[in-house]
Design a binder for this molecule. Structure first.
Ligand code: NAD
Ligand code: WQD
Length: 342
């Protein structure tokens, strides 16, 4: 049977992608995750949702020797979806070397095994942070990169170059670089969602954890921006829509629909949503008021960014299914589920 390897399969986006793969394809799925930002529990959640067990190889992908030994055992690996990376923007400013080491070394190693074991299909988790501060909206895949605002974002800019340069040297190798905007929400069952080991700094997990009493009231970082309500605007996209795009990107490569070895797609809904609109949506679907106050602007925040997603829609035949209320409701169901199962 053909195998798809998912690195970072115990993490937030990797686990949702495994669920979509198990429910919509017949590939054998193997995860590689060292649980640096996740736990084994994820695989129980995947099993409850899909009825299927997923094997995980607990390996640090930065260890090439262990990685090669593990991949050697896998029967017929035809593709790798590479999620594994550190992802905290703020932490990367404080610990840049950890981010350059983990995100770049793991990528070089995983490409090296693609070469050694002749694995022809590859999908890389990139990020809208590669664009930096943009001057044109919506952002298309051709929008020029500005200087990276953080070491994390820099690892994604470098990572994209590494993958596409590798592709130029290996004619068998085809890849998709997916630039996610702001993935949020949880599986619609509420049984799987975002659960980083550290305290969240992103808006949606902060809202739900604050509402449930784990975190203090939310601070809205600035209400005096030149936007429709003064707060910053982002393109929030449901994690299951992101996961679905990975299945479609994989099929796109396997069915040889790509016209070049490296294809790049923005993954966003195409809608800009403000911080206050997120709060109002959360209050509507959770039937409760959120305790928040207005604070100072967060240094480095982009004022307004959202995607032009027409390329992903037309080339991958992908269409985001979930709206902002769905994102907030699923995130809230997940938070309640975590509390009830403590
Ligand atoms: P996550 O932290 O939940 O998942 C990443 C997983 O990779 C974790 O389970 C972690 O244990 C594992 N991992 C990290 N380094 C590893 C290593 N060296 N060896 C083995 N396993 C390792 O993160 P996520 O939100 O699921 O993000 C997945 C990918 O998407 C990352 O590459 C991230 O940069 C990218 N991305 C995320 C967002 C977002 O907002 N979540 C946005 C854009 C891009
Ligand atoms: C969203 C909005 C904040 C927290 C980051 C990365 C990006 C990508 C997604 C990985 C902003 C406001 C937030 C709070 C607030 N990740 N906010 N109070 O900064 O758009 O993007 O995550 O690739 O690369 O940079 O996401 O969720 O932190 O912020 O007012 O307590 O919510 O100012 O306007 P961001 P975020």
């Amino acid at each position: 049977m053909e195998t798809i390897i998912v690195t970072g399969g115990a993490g937030y986006i990797g686990s949702h992608t495994i669920i979509e793969l198990l429910q919509n394809t017949s590939y054998h799925i193997i995860s590689i995750d060292n649980f640096s930002n996740s736990t084994k529990e994820t695989f129980n959640r995947i099993e409850i949702i899909t009825g299927k067990q997923v094997e995980n190889l607990d390996i640090d992908i930065c260890n090439l020797q262990e990685l090669e030994l593990a991949i050697k055992q896998i029967k017929n690996p035809i593709g790798i979806i590479h999620f594994a990376a550190y992802k905290s923007v703020g932490d990367s400013v404080l610990n840049p070397l950890a981010y350059y080491h983990n995100n770049i070394t793991s990528l070089v190693n995983i490409l090296s095994v693609c070469k050694t074991f002749h694995i022809p299909q590859f999908i890389f988790s990139s990020s809208c942070s590669v664009y930096g501060n943009v001057s044109e909206l919506p952002v298309t895949e051709n929008t020029a990169f500005s200087i990276a605002e953080s070491p994390y974002a820099h690892t994604k800019q470098i990572g994209e170059d590494i993958v596409s340069n590798f592709a130029k040297s290996e004619s068998f190798f085809n890849n998709v670089l997916l630039r996610y905007f702001n993935p949020v929400g949880a599986h619609q069952s509420g049984l799987n969602g975002e659960l980083s080991k550290d305290k969240p700094s992103n808006l949606v997990p902060f809202i739900t954890q604050s509402a449930i009493g784990i975190l203090p009231p939310l601070t809205v970082f600035g209400d005096d921006y030149d936007t429709r309500d003064g707060s910053c605007i982002r393109d929030y996209i449901h994690v299951s829509d992101i996961a679905d795009a990975h299945v479609k990107a994989l099929n796109y490569l396997i069915e040889k629909k790509n016209s070049q070895q490296t294809s790049i797609f923005n993954l966003g809904t195409g809608n800009g949503v403000s911080v206050f609109e997120c709060i109002h949506s959360f209050e509507k679907v959770s039937h409760q008021k959120l305790n928040y106050h207005i604070g100072k602007r967060r240094p480095g925040d982009v004022i307004n960014i959202y995607a032009n997603n027409t390329l992903a829609k037309s080339q991958l035949n992908w269409q985001p299914k979930y709206n902002l209320d769905d994102m907030m409701l699923s995130a809230w169901k997940w938070e309640l589920n975590l509390k009830n199962n403590k």
